[in-house]
Design a protein around this ligand. Structure first.
Ligand code: NAP
Ligand code: ZN
Length: 351
């Protein structure tokens, strides 16, 4: 074992504080990374503040699952990485590798998957600690190759916000000629806009923040709708093939079901804790479907990173030092992020 520097919360209401955590020495299949950047996902905030009743938080909690870094050590059986390589780690660090879900490339649904933080740590006991840290040790199967042509700070968010929006778009066949809506222009939403545009769709952004309209066009939207404006919403009734809902708080999904065409799909990726009421009439008139989607498997995450490399896609980030993570969380709650915070881990070196 060795000590790593990290930022942790001690309770749902505590501010972040500098701490020291144990990481395992790499076993033969492990890769050790020096973390260079870690994105701040709204899930980090939900988890740090114990907002998900189904996934209670174990404290101290070190969030962070949008990790890019440089390989510093590899175990003797590692074949795909060597010291000095750039690499990424997303929301998962382990799974059994043998169950039907793993075999099908859906490691996120493996009954014994290990998430990057707040998940039972099979090596050290306790729970796993995430990327708000200077290093991490992860089994090779869960380490991703990072395209060399992309800005690293903007690449980190691809490991969660990227795959979470890319995966349902691929599943739902987003392509040229499709009309696609993205609800909520935050970390996930702005990646959704970039992917939908790159896949050739006609892209419409739904935002509660009128001030984000200009940015939405710059990010790739063809149209924007301020969702609090009923008349603006009605103009799109019955017209969407697919809508991706990234909203992190309670809101009315029925308003979006009305905008789907026959056989259209609304996929929820946002994860507010409270159930969202759904009108059955909103679904049955038009044979519409409502789905959910959880991140994406490792194979598809690599496909997404390669797609980003080929299309020059990264997240739009505000780089922050780790000392500003509490302030960043408050800004996330005000929907005031353009459009992902990316922690520059060099700021942890001096502490
Ligand atoms: P974020 O950056 O905070 O973006 C959320 C956006 O939702 C905000 O920017 C805002 O956009 C909109 N919004 C916020 N409160 C709202 C409200 N009360 N009513 C309507 N719109 C509201 O968060 P994120 O990191 O993108 O994450 C979004 C959600 O996805 C979180 O719940 C997170 O836990 C979840 N998530 C799920 C997965 C998965 O695998 N399914 C993966 C990662 C994250 P506007 O200002 O444009 O309205
Ligand atoms: Zn996330």
């Amino acid at each position: 074992m060795f000590n790593a520097k990290a930022y942790a919360v001690a309770s749902a209401t505590s501010p972040f504080a500098r701490t020291t955590i144990a990481r395992r020495d790499p076993t033969e299949h492990d890769v050790q990374l020096e973390i260079l950047f870690c994105g701040i996902c709204h899930s980090d905030l939900h988890q740090a503040r114990n907002e998900w009743s189904g996934m209670p938080t174990v404290y101290p909690c070190v969030p962070g699952h949008e990790i890019v870094g440089r390989v510093t050590k590899v175990g003797s059986a590692v074949t795909q990485f060597k010291p000095g390589d750039l690499a990424g780690v997303g929301c998962m660090v382990d799974s059994d590798g043998t169950c039907p879900e793993c075999q099908a490339g859906f490691e996120q649904f493996c009954p014994s998957s290990t998430f990057t933080y707040n998940s039972p740590d099979k090596h050290l006991g306790g729970v796993t600690y995430g990327g708000y840290s200077d290093s991490v040790v992860v089994g090779e199967r869960f380490v991703l190759r990072v395209p060399s042509n992309l800005d690293l700070a903007g690449t980190a968010p691809l490991l969660c916000a990227g795959i979470t929006t890319y995966s349902p778009m691929r599943r739902q066949g987003v392509t040229k000629g499709k009309k696609v809506g993205v609800v909520g222009l935050g970390g996930l939403g702005h990646m959704g806009v970039k992917f939908a545009r790159a896949l050739g769709a006609h892209v419409v952004v739904f935002t509660t923040s009128a001030s984000k309209k200009e940015d939405a066009f710059r990010l790739g939207a063809h149209e924007t709708v301020v969702s609090r404006d009923g008349a603006d919403m009605r103009k799109h009734a019955g017209s969407f093939d697919f809508i991706l809902d990234t909203v992190s708080a309670e809101h009315d999904v029925n308003a979006y079901l009305q905008l789907l065409r026959r056989d259209g799909n609304l996929t929820l990726v946002g994860a507010p804790d409270k159930p969202l009421p759904v009108s059955s009439f909103g679904l049955i008139f038009g044979n519409k479907s409502l789905s959910g989607s959880l991140i994406g498997g490792i194979r598809q995450t690599q496909e997404m990173l390669d797609f980003c490399g080929a299309h020059g896609i990264t997240a739009d980030v505000e780089r922050i030092p780790i000392q500003k993570v509490d302030e960043a969380y408050e800004r996330l709650l005000r929907s005031d992020v353009k459009y992902r915070f990316s922690i520059d881990m060099a700021s942890l070196k001096s502490e």
